[in-house]
Design a protein around this ligand. Structure first.
Ligand code: PBE
Length: 317
């Protein structure tokens, strides 16, 4: 595939995505109604006891949510959450999955506050005690499915690979097992191989009745999110075991969809729907073949350590 390399570096760019950085107190007129309550003047939010906690957390975190790559759907959702919940003072800082988990690990080790854009399945929930902030407005949606898409024509060109991709279906724990092993230092391929070795019965259901092939080339695209590193490496190995010469290409999310839609790549197993990638499905969905759900019960949201004193996105107001 000769994809524009922009897609590959986009995920590494650092920068601020600001949804309005005005840090000034915009509640001056309300302060009179608030005497005795020594907070920032958020009078409309004083029914709970988290008012002060929200203001403190904001100050401690410099009103910054630690995000991931700018192209991730969860980043747009986080931006939307700032709007919906009136968090004009907050920004979502773009980085990467790896940088986000590093920051989370550092904060956690020191019992410091941190808010990250988080999702399940992800090893961070096994490694740390974390909670999703409640999202009463439903900005991050309910549960998500992870879906598989192929390029048009794959079924005719490589029917066995198409069948494997179509049959691929597993659970949160399966994906979690690979992710955890990688996080503990294992090579991605090795961790995927271990899972395959331990789940031969599952894998044989995906490959049952398929003829081996002889070195035909297949290219899968993905984004370097821990969850997708796990799934893509695993299904890539299953295809290799069937005789394919498999290339795995990491891209930024938009380019991942575009590569499959343009037929430059053969498929991907990394589409989070109905919400996280709905804008990408809208742009590219008509030119791809929907091979169905490969994992159910995924989730996204704002995630904090359990020890933090806030429970809802509303507590950040
Ligand atoms: N994620 C993981 C992706 C989908 C998979 C939640 C970081 C996203 O936000 O686009």
């Amino acid at each position: 595939m000769k994809l524009n390399k922009v897609g590959m570096i986009a995920g590494l760019s650092l920068g601020l995505i600001a949804a309005g950085c005005g840090g000034e107190d915009n509640n001056n007129e309300d302060n009179t109604a608030n005497t005795g309550n020594n907070n920032n003047g958020n009078v409309e939010n004083n029914e709970g006891n988290n008012d002060a906690a929200g203001a403190d957390v904001g100050e401690e975190l410099d009103y910054t949510i630690t995000g991931i790559d700018a192209g991730a759907g969860i980043m747009s959702a986080a931006e939307e959450a700032l709007e919906v919940y009136g968090l004009e003072d907050w920004t979502v800082q773009a980085s990467s999955d790896a940088a986000m988990t590093q920051a989370l690990g550092d904060a956690y080790g020191n019992e410091e506050p941190i808010i990250v854009t988080g999702w399940t399945p992800h090893w961070k929930f096994a490694a740390y005690d974390l909670k999703y902030l409640e999202d009463p407005e439903g900005v991050f949606g309910e549960s998500e499915d992870i879906k598989t898409f192929a390029r048009e024509g794959l079924e005719e060109d490589h029917p066995e690979a198409y069948a494997v991709l179509e049959n691929f279906y597993w659970g949160e724990e399966d994906m979690g097992t690979i992710m955890m092993e990688v996080n503990e230092g294992a090579d991605e391929r090795e961790a995927a191989r271990d899972w395959i070795d331990n789940n031969e019965d599952v894998v044989s259901e995906w490959t049952e009745g398929l003829d081996a092939v002889d070195g035909e080339e297949i290219e899968l695209v993905f984004v370097a999110w821990d969850s997708e590193i796990a799934s893509t490496n695993m299904i890539g190995l299953v295809l290799e075991d069937l005789g394919y010469d498999v290339t795995l290409t990491p891209l930024e999310a938009t380019y991942m969809f575009q590569a499959v839609a343009d037929g430059e790549a053969d498929g991907m197993v990394a589409a989070w729907l109905p919400l996280t990638h709905d804008h990408l499905l809208e742009d590219f969905g008509d030119s791809m073949v929907d091979l169905g759900v490969n994992l159910e019960g995924a989730r996204t949201g704002l995630v904090v350590p359990e020890y933090m004193d806030i429970d809802s996105i509303e507590d950040l107001q």
